[in-house]
Design a protein around this ligand. Sequence first.
Ligand SMILES: *[C@@H]1O[C@H](CO)[C@@H](O)[C@H](O)[C@H]1NC(C)=O
Ligand SMILES: *[C@@H]1O[C@H](CO)[C@@H](O)[C@H](O)[C@H]1NC(C)=O
Ligand SMILES: *[C@@H]1O[C@H](CO)[C@@H](O)[C@H](O)[C@H]1NC(C)=O
Ligand SMILES: *[C@@H]1O[C@H](CO)[C@@H](O)[C@H](O)[C@H]1NC(C)=O
Ligand SMILES: *[C@@H]1O[C@H](CO)[C@@H](O)[C@H](O)[C@H]1NC(C)=O
Length: 408
Amino acid sequence: MIAFVLLLVAFATCCCAGAPHGLETLLVSSYNDGNETSGFVRALRAAKISHDSWDLTTVFSDPTSCGRSPSWLTLDEKRGILYCLDEGLDTPNGSINTFKITRGRHGKIEPADNKETVSGPVSAVLYGPKHKQFLVAAHYTGSAVTTWETKKDGGIEYGEVFDFEMDAPGPDPDRQDAPHPHQAILDPTGKFILIPDLGADLVRVYSFDGKTGDLTAQSPLVAKPGSGPRHGAFFTWKSKQCKKGCTNFYLVSELENTVTTYSVAYGKGGNLTFTETAVISTFGDGPTPDGAAAAEILVSPDHRFVTVSNRNDTSFAIPEGANVQLKSDSLATFSIKSDGSLKFENLASAAGSFPRAISFNKKGNMVAVAHQYSKSLVLLDRNPVTGFIGGELARMNDLGNLTSVVWG
Ligand SMILES: *[C@@H]1O[C@H](CO)[C@@H](O)[C@H](O)[C@H]1NC(C)=O
Ligand SMILES: *[C@@H]1O[C@H](CO)[C@@H](O)[C@H](O)[C@H]1NC(C)=O
Ligand SMILES: *[C@@H]1O[C@H](CO)[C@@H](O)[C@H](O)[C@H]1NC(C)=O
Ligand SMILES: *[C@@H]1O[C@H](CO)[C@@H](O)[C@H](O)[C@H]1NC(C)=O
Ligand SMILES: *[C@@H]1O[C@H](CO)[C@@H](O)[C@H](O)[C@H]1NC(C)=O
């Protein structure tokens, strides 16, 4: 167990109005990459040096408590609990691991609980009423969804397991050999859980019982065959046409490199219906590079833009030394029009290879990019007014195959 004395900035900054200016904390996870004993969970402190430069330092590093394949982090800021999923890439099972975070001057991050689970958990989200929180996880390799009861001290108890099967492989038999749940998302009403399933070309939909956390399957969103839905993001807005509020769901499909917009209606019977309104490439009007695989999708904190990370498109290069050019993938930005539709704006350099995870800070003036292949965590400058993602503010290399990043 590692009791680590965080500098007072570390977790005191996260939710109090008095957060020191120019200091932020990031939590990152990475797989072991064959050359390390295990996968890492780290806390990095970002300190502002000047208007275009930040300094990153490691303030916490744990190589053992989240197994060998940490794939995803979910932070419960209110209760000070960090959930880390271990995908179990080289073990028969995955695991769910928790850390208790103590804030303040002598703040620390300590392992709290860990439970073995179905193979391949890659994403999770908290759900349930405020006083009672449950966790639902999407298991890619294990073709399953699991639920967990969470405790204030960081303890977790197994809830339900849903196993999925397919009669035949999908149109892309290599990637769609079986159902592959890829993300767990809570809808804006906090009443429905969505699980994009890359293998089955579905978004599975569940309602739940707030007392027990038990899920009830609703009619799924059926995506285009072979598209490979991976991640999604909700957007709600009000306008003349939507006096009571409208809801869109933007779904990114990894195999097709598209974002599909669905208009969401809430039925009386506790049911969601999705109406497809548009499909747009994650490369705008440009061609889709061979081997490209879209990954993350986020609505910006200013609610005016959507950003998608493209992996393996090598649309950019970053200079390194005299003759070596490192290939860099891209971040696609779309503006959200007044009717909720998306307009492609531009591609920006992701400043590294395989940007599996991206995260905006609360102000929306920075994007953290976690690169799975170039093993770098980079902070990029972002203009919250134009949505434009620009230059590199900070970089930390040699972090292993990064999988997840959240702002603390
Ligand atoms: C393994 O890590 C060490 C120390 O970081 C480094 O010197 C070595 O080149 C690495 N080996 C491989 C095969 O990546
Ligand atoms: C571990 O994996 C095995 C084989 O897939 C599975 O049968 C078992 O249920 C898993 N354990 C847990 C706790 O989920
Ligand atoms: C849910 O929606 C589907 C499709 O609109 C409909 O067929 C079904 O009857 C609805 N179920 C409930 C419980 O309302
Ligand atoms: C990346 O794309 C290239 C084609 O440009 C392809 O050969 C390669 O398999 C892709 N890599 C991955 C990991 O998907
Ligand atoms: C880790 O990154 C290297 C490239 O640096 C890549 O070849 C390897 O497949 C990655 N491993 C995983 C498990 O992501």
